[in-house]
Design a protein around this ligand. Structure first.
Ligand code: 1CP
Length: 341
């Protein structure tokens, strides 16, 4: 396993070609996903280890990616803390009891007992199925991003209520973020103990924050989580949308890999990070809607830029959109796997 392209690159070694996996690789763009999804609710899929394993394995079997990612969601920590979570098609995630007052924050649990044990059980089933072929990535949401769903009660365009809490009631925001950070560190350690080979922290909506607010309300909790991980030889990947701005600060939290969005030149930003920090990214996911020669050209352009650069994992700058043609995703992965430096 240590020799896998993915782990080699995550630990800043040069690989014969970049390893590839894609955020939301097990999802709605796959007809096979819908065959399962039509029978169960999303949370049933996450909470039934055999089904979570079936979905995790779809891109392994159908796309031949170089790393699998656990099928789950970043919002399961919020649910385990006491959030009344549901997912509705076309609407997305919803917390029926949003967290907006001091009493709401006080009511949230930090000791979730065996509330997330189903994830550890799923990891064990997935590792049996993978049987050492490729690494398994576990993950969790970063405190700020999970907080935004808890406070807004679901997805948001402008994060108005969340930012109001940061700005008008910073002490409440810190209590809430601190509680989420405690649960998240325990949760990632549970995944590590259950057998994942890497972990990724998703701070999807950090791009909504100013530099000062990112430092105070997001970054410091990621520092806390990473410092608490019983990592052994498990690399930590830090992802946010906004990483083209925040990457130097993200690297200070001491992840092994920083995942970069598509607004920057990847080599340029890598050169600005400390030695020994690898990068992951950074194709605009919209390229996968385009014609195949365009897909190939854009991947090759990125690889030419990163030629012989140790510590590079190919991925998209954000997740695959549900209406991207499956065939284009498969083609992109073939292009990567045929490439040699
Ligand atoms: O309706 C359905 O079929 C459910 C769609 C779905 C799926 C397939 C959701 C609801 N979550 C997931 C899986 C998921 N979510 C994974 C699985 C592994 C993979 O293949 O990548 C992962 C890693 C996530 C993480 C996640 N969930 C993030 C962070 C990554 C990102 O995309 O920025 C976020 C923000 C969520 C929240 C969420 N869960 C689901 C939806 C539709 C959303 C986003 C809603 C929004 O835009 O606010």
């Amino acid at each position: 396993m240590k020799d896998s392209l993915f782990l080699q690159a995550a630990f800043s070694n040069l690989t014969e070609r970049p390893p590839v996996w894609m955020m939301r690789q097990a999802g709605r763009f796959m007809p096979e996903y819908w065959e399962i999804k039509n029978k169960y609710s999303f949370l049933e899929m996450c909470k039934t280890p055999e089904i979570a394993a079936d979905v995790t394995m779809l891109p392994v079997d159908l796309l031949g990616i170089d790393a699998a990612i656990l099928f789950s969601d970043i919002l399961v920590t919020g649910e385990a803390m006491g959030g009344d979570l549901s997912f509705t098609a076309g609407v997305g995630p919803k917390f029926a009891n949003p967290v907006r007052t001091q009493a709401d924050i006080d009511n949230l649990k930090t000791d979730v007992g065996d509330g997330l044990q189903y994830v550890a059980d799923a990891i064990k089933v997935i590792q049996q199925r993978l049987n050492g072929s490729i690494p398994l990535i576990g993950f969790a949401g970063a405190p700020f991003t999970v907080m935004s769903y808890l406070v807004e009660g679901g997805s948001s365009k402008d994060f108005k209520l969340t930012k109001l809490m940061l700005h008008n009631h910073p002490e409440m925001a810190h209590q809430l973020l601190s509680k989420i950070a405690t649960v998240t560190a325990d949760y990632l350690n549970l995944q590590i103990e259950a057998g994942v080979n890497a972990v990724q922290i998703f701070d999807s909506w950090a791009l909504a924050l100013s530099w000062d607010d990112y430092s105070e309300f997001s970054h410091r909790y990621i520092v806390e989580i990473i410092s608490k991980l019983k990592r052994k030889d498990i690399p930590v990947i830090s992802f946010c949308k906004g990483s083209s701005v925040f990457a130097p600060l993200m690297a200070q939290a001491k992840p092994d890999v920083v995942s970069i969005d598509w607004n920057v030149d990847l080599l340029d930003i890598k050169k600005r990070l400390p030695q020994g920090v690898a990068v992951q990214g950074n194709l605009d996911p919209h390229i996968l809607y385009a014609d195949k020669p365009v897909i190939k050209d854009r991947i090759h352009r990125l690889f030419e830029r990163m030629r012989n650069e140790p510590g590079f994992i190919f991925n998209l700058g954000h997740g695959i959109m549900p209406d991207i043609p499956f065939d284009n995703v498969k083609y992109a992965i073939e292009v990567v796997k045929e490439f040699r430096y």
